[in-house]
Design a protein around this ligand. Structure first.
Ligand code: NI
Length: 434
């Protein structure tokens, strides 16, 4: 029997708090789960620094990847009668679902920003490079790794397959919304996925939803909207991310200046600092490694690195106020100078962070990020774009919301003597914008 058709003698099931069970029957899937690159995802948290806000949010990217696989497995049950659908197409969807986040590094967003990395590039590199994952995929067929990479890269010719993994209603989002809601403990993020899965249908090159499922889809869109503002952009999480980013900047700056001798050499970071990170270096980096360095750096001689690392490890986060530097230029300049006057380097201790989200959008061809809209399959067999049928979705369609916050170490400011002019002025400026 061909490797791609091999089934396990007995179905394997993983207990999952969100989907109850994750079912594995295909030998290929089972083998992929066992690779070291996939197992590495256990050591990368799905929500990065969110555990400092929501103490339950310790779930890993491995958790989420198995969940996305399971959702796609269930959706595909409705696909059996699609013309030209065969076992290999099905397996391709399952593999792409399982592996779609393979290239995520520790605290992905901060690392990507500071070191100009792209996790999607690493996902591709792991699938196509000299790895255990690649060996398993190649046993299916010579061009199978490339096909899996194309699906994740959204360049695969069958757009239906792509839309299962990445669209405005894909398995990735459906899993992370519910999983992140479960582990953070918030009451947002829940929607009737079973209902949505039952009404999803393949229609030419896209996945559409039967009109009878529209309210379940509305609920899903609202869940996503609320999760972004209540969880993903939570200002306390952003504060931890600001500090994390600044630790990386500081360590890199000290390394580049050359004169500083680290008590704890940044061995695992050197190729990142020099911007020539190899796949092997990258795979070795996980959150356990990063947190170990931070723990050690909390005893460094450099006061900034020491302080920031101490803050991250012990959760001494920065406070924040609403602040838009574009509108408050004068205050921004004055704060900058005041921070220098009290001996705090504003590059590390006065940070503006902006978040923005577009909850749902209809199709706008040619725009920087084209989003495929969600289509309803109407009783008259025509397709109708969701926001033209749903008033709730129409109300938030295409509306981008942005907010800006200024992060600073309020504890340090409060420790200044009460008669300090700088203290009074800083608090007045920050209070004013609160
Ligand atoms: Ni994902």
């Amino acid at each position: 029997m061909a490797y791609k058709d091999e089934q396990l003698h007995e179905e394997k099931v993983f207990k999952d708090p969100v989907h109850r069970y994750v079912h594995v029957r295909d030998r290929v899937i089972w083998d992929l789960i066992g690779t070291r690159e996939f197992q590495r995802l256990r050591r990368i948290k799905q929500l990065g620094t969110s555990f400092l806000t929501f103490h339950g949010a310790e779930h890993s990217r491995l958790n989420h990847s198995l969940g996305v696989y399971e959702i796609v497995r269930r959706v595909l049950v409705n696909f059996a009668d699609r013309p030209n659908w065969n076992h290999e197409e099905r397996l391709l969807c399952l593999c792409a679902a399982l592996l779609h986040d393979l290239g995520h590094g520790p605290f992905s967003h901060s690392f990507e920003k500071v070191f100009k990395l792209d996790h999607e590039e690493f996902t591709k590199a792991i699938i196509l490079g000299d790895t255990e994952v690649n060996k398993v995929l190649k046993k299916v067929s010579k061009d199978f790794p490339q096909k899996v990479a194309d699906v994740i890269n959204k360049t695969y010719e069958d757009k239906l397959v792509v839309s299962l993994i990445s669209s405005q209603i894909d398995a990735d989002r459906m899993d992370y919304l519910q999983r992140d809601a479960y582990f953070t403990g918030v009451s947002y993020g829940h929607f009737d996925m079973e209902r949505i899965l039952r009404v999803m249908r393949p229609y030419e090159d896209q996945v559409v939803v039967k009109e009878s499922g529209m309210h379940a889809v509305e609920d899903y869109i609202m869940s996503r909207y609320q999760m972004y503002w209540q969880v993903y952009f939570h200002p306390v999480t952003r504060s931890a991310e600001v500090i994390l980013t600044k630790i990386l900047h500081r360590a890199k700056a000290l390394y580049e200046e050359g004169g500083y001798s680290f008590q704890m050499e940044p061995t695992h970071f050197i190729s990142l600092f020099e911007e020539k990170v190899s796949l092997k270096d990258y795979i070795q980096l996980d959150e356990a490694v990063v947190l170990y360095y931070f723990q050690m750096w909390a005893d460094e001689k450099d006061p900034i690195l020491k302080d920031l690392a101490y803050r991250f490890v012990n959760r001494r986060l920065f406070k924040y106020v609403e602040f838009n530097p574009n509108l408050q230029m004068k205050e921004w300049m004055e704060l900058h100078q005041l921070f220098i006057d009290i001996g705090l380097d504003p590059d590390y201790y006065l940070v503006v962070d902006s978040s923005s989200d577009l909850p749902y959008d209809f199709y706008r061809p040619g725009e920087e990020e084209e989003r495929l809209p969600i289509h309803l399959f109407m009783p008259n067999k025509e397709l109708r774009e969701l926001s033209r049928q749903s008033e709730i979705v129409e109300a938030i369609s295409g509306k981008k919301r942005t907010d800006h916050k200024l992060y600073y170490p309020r504890d340090v400011i409060l420790q200044l003597p009460d008669d300090s002019q700088e203290k009074k002025r800083i608090l007045a400026l920050l209070h004013h914008s609160e």
